[in-house]
Design a protein around this ligand. Sequence first.
Ligand code: ADP
Ligand code: MG
Length: 595
Amino acid sequence: MRAWLPRGLVAVGLVVAVGLPLVSHDPYLQNVLYLCFLMSLLAVGWNVVSGFTGYASLGQGAFLGYGAYTTALLALHTHASVWWFVPVGGVVAAVIAALLGLVTMRLRGHAFVIVTIALVYISELIAINWRSLTGGTNGLTLPLPTFGRDWQNTPFYYVLLGLLVLSVALSAWIRRTKLGAGLVAIREDEDKAVAIGVNAFVYKLLAFVASAIFVGMAGGVYAYALTFIDPTGMFDILFSVQLVLAALLGGRGSVWGPVLGGFLIELLDEGANQMFGNGQVHIVIFGAVMVAVILFLPRGIVPSIQLALRRRRERGTERVDQALDARVTERPAAPHEPPLTGRTLLEVRDLRKRFGGVHAVDGLSFSVQEGSITALIGPNGSGKTTAFNLIHGMLRPDAGEILLDGRRVERLPAHRRAHLGIARTFQLTRLFPEMRVLENVVAPLPRFSWRQLAADAVSGAEAGRARELLDFVGMAGFAGKLAGELSSGQQKLVEIAQALMLDPSLILLDEPTGGVTPPIVERMVDRIRELNLAGKTFLIVEHNLPLVAELCDPVVVMAAGKRIAEGPAATIQADSAVLDAYLGEDWNVDEPVEA
Ligand code: ADP
Ligand code: MG
């Protein structure tokens, strides 16, 4: 598909939508279309918080109700034109979203879904019982439209069309910015997103607010068009389910999918009403559509088409090669002269963390000198990964101190520690599989600023730096691939490039050569050395002991959550406590490095 084709379709659709009331005065057609606009707009809003961010909300319809009630109440109490209060409905919905977000955005998974369902029911209960304000189940009757009757619903039609255009523009803009990239990162792997410096809480809160604002405004318009609102009509859980279905059918996570889905679901609803009346039949039909979407079209229509087109375009081009990129510029090995400065970069004091009865980390103390490549070794289950999680901030310690460059960090959230210069890779690589390799490497944020949120997700300078880093690890040829398509060794290399994007002072590598082919191990070791010579400090968990002996000094040995020894590899090898706990008799530092 040519690049202009989707734009052309959108332009034609917009021209038709704008022109239609001028050529046809069929009130039924206009009614159906403005309901389509409304459903699309709701689905687009939902998509920002649930499609981009991955937080499935079943309460999106409630914001329509808040907008409707706000606009209706203000219009009734002031006798000014209802239109004035449409934007106020949007603002109120956004403020409620922000307040709710303060609570709900700390929840994940099912807990979040349930709270959003509760939101709809609680809102309905409040609207029913706060009679003095809302009129209870009697509802509210708005002032009749002030424009002439021969206008029919045309003003509502245009205003909702305008709001739909604005909400699509907002969603498309978000998708293009750092904010959108951060939201997608949160959807793909929230802990990882935080680990590379994304302030997830602020991002999610903004997504929640952005998802509500135009929905609230649409609520005001909708109330005006209906001239009557009541709690069951405005806070109807089925309505929320319907808009979710629209977004799923069209394709969540894409900009245009929810628009298409909104039209399809509304037309289906209308068709069902025509055929079967206003009864319960359309619930059955929606149930069937839901099942069909989940079974046959889990990505939704628009992403499925995009995927098919991409497959067709890429057919014939080379498959993802398991071998390394041959174009990497090989560098001569520099003499190994560790750039030690004599300063302590990281200090861990009496760190403790237990999971139920397991003391995973049990009074661990050690330090990492600036400029060193320090190894952390120990038998499986001795607490190495947990120690990493504590240092990096994915877990909070039960007790103990962590100092980075003399500064206490153990109470700071992980994204702040990333900003302070701690980067890490994971034992099982955690790239964002649905993002391209280049987007993955560009995703880390070395600091937080409000202005940065609105910046382009991939700017020229950053892309340039990311390409350099990819070239550095020998993965430049894969920049355009989806990260999930790479082999595990390739992903490990990309994850190192990603960590380097933070320009960290301390790099934690959790088993960098685990499950990796020998050429990649070799490259990994070369690169670690080169980075170290350029001044980067490493803390490495590694099971390949000959490699540890060759690369690392000092070696810290853990057993049962404690440090049991520390020193140069040769000394460690001779330490009887270490031999008992871990190494056994047959470990020999003089063995050649094996992969
Ligand atoms: P290592 O990386 O040295 O193999 P880990 O830090 O992964 O060790 O695990 C140390 C101990 O803590 C193990 O007994 C493990 O089962 C336990 N553990 C680690 N993470 C968790 C968790 N999230 N919940 C419960 N137990 C855990
Ligand atoms: Mg581990």
